[in-house]
Design a protein around this ligand. Structure first.
Ligand code: S3P
Length: 448
């Protein structure tokens, strides 16, 4: 897998028009959580539409190591026999979360208030990412963590034997930190409170309610105040995972920039904490129809009809929208390269601590493709060259980052000259069917 196996270079050439239906896989955030909450419920949780990307498979393996029975019954169809809140057993070996920040941070929270010791590691990308944002609040429960310099993995976490509940105001807008604290709060007595100034994805809150926890959210002047009552008995659920709006972003954006395209992307989650990219694209002048809006698996979804859009204008993306589209800035910066005028993305410094430093990775790659880019610590500005305007003819470094790899491959589908990536293997972490799905739509993607 990424970081362990051979690099897989890939090239995208001017393609299209793209047409047909792009059925993207299940949502990554919800897939991780379905396995984790399932492992903390008493009895059998059934999951359909689970994303079988490497990140989620690593979480499934970790849940087995903590004592849950996790079984695959068919494509996307899984069951988890949970051990109950506080019922985890100490893993016999190191937990390797691969490339997944969500996996490692949520699992640390899950074991943090149970008396046991676990050691976590990951690939070269994950070992560079900060864990202090999670271990700091976990220490308030009584949890101890011993990692490398700067709170990096590998890290050993010693769960609190007598945890106390916590009141914690998030210093960064992070659903992973919020979720880690809530998961730890499940096995603490009394009420754990998390306060978030800016709303981040709310899948943990929705699923905790679904699994029978007592949780309420108050919207006040300090933001969202989330209160969770500790030590519930979680009831097993049937979880239908909706399609991932962050994965849908790639075929959607490809269709917007590849001349003549007209595609349908069915059943994409339109959860308000996840749909910032789609709002932004519409503001830019993208032709996207949101058809048949409905509820599926407790999430609002719609079918997206997307057509090539030659009149997109660069815009200033409101910084407060960042949490609802945090994973979509790489692909938005590709679309911005094919729009008229400049697109200004401020308030995006969190991008520097994702699977790669995404501001740097996008800026360097787009410059190599002939696009003018400006950046500072918290900002990315892309000067668009209009439809078909990107010269291309470059190879982008993907730094073990799936979204950087897919973004540059989409760029190559509309650029004048081919665009290559040095390693497409990280795509398997979140969108294992990307290559075939894009080829069936009419994209020219070649392995080098
Ligand atoms: C995620 C939260 C986000 C996002 C990540 C998935 C989650 O990270 O970037 O891909 O499932 O909670 P942060 O919590 O660091 O913003």
């Amino acid at each position: 897998m990424s970081g362990h196996g051979e690099a897989q270079p890939m090239t995208a050439r001017k393609s299209g028009p793209l047409s047909g239906t792009a059925a993207v896989p299940g949502d990554k955030s919800i897939s991780h959580r379905a396995l984790i909450f399932g492992a903390m419920a008493v009895g059998e949780t059934r999951i359909t539409g689970l994303l079988e990307g490497q990140d989620v498979l690593d979480t499934a393996k970790a849940m087995r190591a903590f004592g849950a029975e996790v079984t695959q019954h068919g494509p996307g169809q899984w069951s988890v026999h949970g051990v109950g809140v506080g019922g985890f057993r100490e893993p016999a070996d190191v937990i390797d979360c691969g490339n997944s920040g969500t996996g490692v941070r949520l699992i640390m929270g899950t074991m943090a208030t149970t008396a046991m010791t676990a050691t976590f590691t990951g690939d070269a990308s994950l070992r560079k990412r900060p864990m202090g944002r999670v271990t700091d609040p976990l220490s308030l429960f009584g949890t101890q963590a011993y990692g490398r310099h700067g709170g990096r993995l590998p890290m050993t976490v010693v769960g609190a034997a007598n945890p106390v509940p916590v009141r914690y105001a998030l210093p960064v807008a992070s659903a992973q930190v919020k979720s880690a604290v809530l998961l730890a709060g499940l096995n603490a007595p009394g009420e754990t409170v998390v306060i978030e100034r800016e709303p981040t994805r709310d899948h943990s809150e929705r699923m905790l309610l679904g699994f029978g926890a007592e949780l309420h959210v108050e919207k006040g002047t300090e933001g969202h105040v989330i209160t969770l009552k500790g030590r519930p008995e979680l009831r097993p659920q049937s979880v239908a995972v909706p399609r991932d709006p962050s994965s849908a972003a790639f075929p959607v954006c490809a269709a917007l920039i590849v001349e003549g395209s007209d595609i349908l992307v069915p059943g994409v989650s339109q959860n308000l904490t996840r749909n910032g990219l789609y709002i932004t694209l519409v503001e830019m002048g993208a032709e996207i129809e949101f058809q048949n809006p409905r509820e599926e698996g407790g999430e609002p979804v719609a079918n997206l009809r997307v057509r090539f859009s030659d009149r997109m204008q660069g815009i200033e993306v409101p910084p407060e929208r960042a949490p609802s589209m945090i994973d979509e800035y790489p692909i938005l910066s590709v679309v911005a390269s094919f729009a008229h005028g400049k697109t200004v993305m401020r308030g995006v410094k969190e991008l520097r601590v994702k699977e790669s430093d995404r501001i740097d990775a996008m800026a360097r790659g787009l410059e190599a493709c002939g696009i003018r880019v400006e950046e500072d610590e918290d900002t990315l500005i892309v000067h668009g060259m209009g439809p078909g305007g990107m010269p291309g003819g470059a190879t982008a470094a993907t730094h073990l980052d799936h979204r950087i790899a897919m973004s540059f491959l989409v760029a190559g589908m509309a650029a004048q000259k081919p665009v290559s990536v040095d390693d497409a293997s990280p795509i398997l972490t979140s969108f294992p069917i990307f290559e075939g799905l894009m080829q069936r739509l009419g994209a020219t993607l070649e392995r080098d």
